[in-house]
Design a protein around this ligand. Structure first.
Ligand code: ARG
Length: 457
């Protein structure tokens, strides 16, 4: 393809380091779609004849049918997917195939193909995340009243509901989807026609190819267009944030499935056994979601570092843009599917959650709040009195609401019997009625809004 100015062929290792076909064959559909749009435009503009354009378009359809049936062959000498398609086209239709590359370079071609691929990847991720949100909302609705300990520093802090806890992940996923949506909107400009770096003197119609490929408009600077990989970085950054969220949920499942917690029983379908310890039931799927997040963040890091020192315009380093994106996408798709399956089928042991919520003096804040509200005591002083009450309950080995009134009044005489109404965990969550709070009515309202937002029911 460029042998004209060379006397010798490439070294074997040159072929190997240069070839991207083992991974960029995943772009074949996008490559053929781009070529079909390009040749149709060339004919429309009178740059190639209508007859030649038809031959080329039909030939491209035949290449596509072959790849669909048999996969893409890998020939290191042909470097990349673009050369594979063009080479096979020439085998099928002869030298007229050589007209396809008029007013085009592999630089704008690969930038176009890859944008098309990432755009599809975003659509697939969005669909997967919507499914995860549906699973979260469904389980949250079942457990809008189930009380569990809420933690800070992983120490029992205040009671919350499991529904509220699950809806926290709904919110994270909602932001993730909006990040992907932003990225998609921003990337939807077509580089095709930027040619190698400077544009072309042929009278091409960039609006036409942009429109044919579903882009909103052509890109505005040819140098930028062939060397911009922001769309891939946007994808990876959104993927990394999403993976972090999945990993945090995975970590909670791992923790909750451990015997001392016992908050969940993970489904058989997402657990594995041990070859030596017969009692084992390991949360491997959750652990791998947690593990994959590291690799996804690694992929993001890889591409940011690949890009950071590149002068304008295209450099071959940029061929390395694809493996991290492909890897991150495959891992993310698997992680979303596994997480969705686990959320749908996990058994929540609400009895254990409730017992844990009752055990940690988690309503101490409610007692302090009561002293402020009912006895007019400044919060700092109320905090101190409550601390004394907790110390006493701990020493006696009882929950706050099991301390006799006489004991409470010995600590502070302003306490009266009405206090028992706020010391239970159900009263505690029911009292958290502020917007976004854990009160079951608040949570149910948020669930209703969430369902509407994702078009459920
Ligand atoms: N395989 C190349 C890539 O993925 C295509 C662009 C090659 N352009 C070039 N001038 N060598 O980046």
């Amino acid at each position: 393809m460029w042998g004209g100015r060379f006397a010798e062929g490439p070294a074997a290792v040159m072929r190997e380091i240069n070839a991207s076909i083992p991974f960029d064959k995943r772009l074949w559909r996008q490559d053929i779609a781009g070529s079909r749009a390009h040749v149709a435009m060339l004919a429309e503009q009178g740059i190639v004849s209508a007859g030649d354009a038809t031959l080329i378009a039909d030939g491209l359809a035949r290449v596509a049918a072959e790849y669909e049936a048999d996969g893409v062959p890998e020939d290191m000498a042909l470097e990349d997917i673009h050369m594979h398609v063009e080479h096979r086209l020439a085998e099928l239709i002869g030298p007229v195939a050589g007209r396809l590359h008029t007013a085009r370079s592999r630089n704008d071609q690969v930038a176009t193909d890859f944008r098309l691929w990432v755009r599809d990847a975003i659509d697939a991720v969005d669909e997967g995340l919507a499914g995860l949100q549906r699973a979260l909302v469904t389980r949250a609705e079942e457990h809008a009243d189930s009380v569990m300990p809420g933690f800070t520093h992983l120490q029992s802090a205040q009671p919350v509901t499991l529904g509220h806890h699950l809806m926290a992940y709904f919110e994270m996923i909602h932001r993730d989807r909006s990040r992907f949506e932003d990225a998609r909107a921003r990337m939807n400009e077509c580089p095709l026609g930027s040619a190698a770096l400077a544009g072309t003197g042929f009278p091409i119609d960039r609006e036409a190819t942009a429109e044919a490929l579903g882009f909103d408009r052509p890109t505005d600077n040819s140098l930028d267009a062939v060397s911009d990989r922001d769309f891939a970085l946007d994808y990876l950054m959104a993927a990394a944030t999403t993976a972090i969220h999945l990993s945090r949920l995975a970590e909670e499942f791992v923790l909750w499935a451990s015997q001392p917690f016992g908050f969940v029983k993970l489904p058989d379908a997402y657990s594995t056994g041990s070859s030596i310890m017969p009692q084992k039931r390991n949360p491997d799927a959750a652990e791998l979601v947690r593990g994959h997040a590291g690799r996804i963040v690694g992929a993001m890091t890889a591409l940011t570092i690949t890009m950071k020192g590149l002068p304008l315009a295209y450099s071959k380093d940029m061929q390395d843009d694809k493996p991290p994106v492909f890897e991150a996408h495959d891992l993310l798709a698997l992680s979303i599917a596994a997480m969705t399956g686990m959320v749908e089928t996990v058994t929540f042991r609400t009895d254990r959650m409730r017992a844990a919520a009752e055990a940690g003096f988690a309503t101490a804040t409610d007692l302090a709040d009561w002293l402020v509200r009912e006895a007019g005591i400044p919060f700092r002083e109320a905090h101190h009195i409550t601390g004394t009450v907790v110390k006493r309950a701990e020493a006696d080995g009882v929950a706050l609401d099991a301390l006799p009134l006489a004991v409470l009044q010995a600590i502070d005489p302003r306490i009266d019997a009405r206090v028992f109404a706020v010391l239970g965990i159900d009263a505690s969550v029911a009292a958290r009625t502020s917007h976004g709070g854990t009160a079951p009515d608040q949570v149910r309202q948020r669930i209703a809004e969430a369902k509407a937002a994702i078009g459920m029911e």
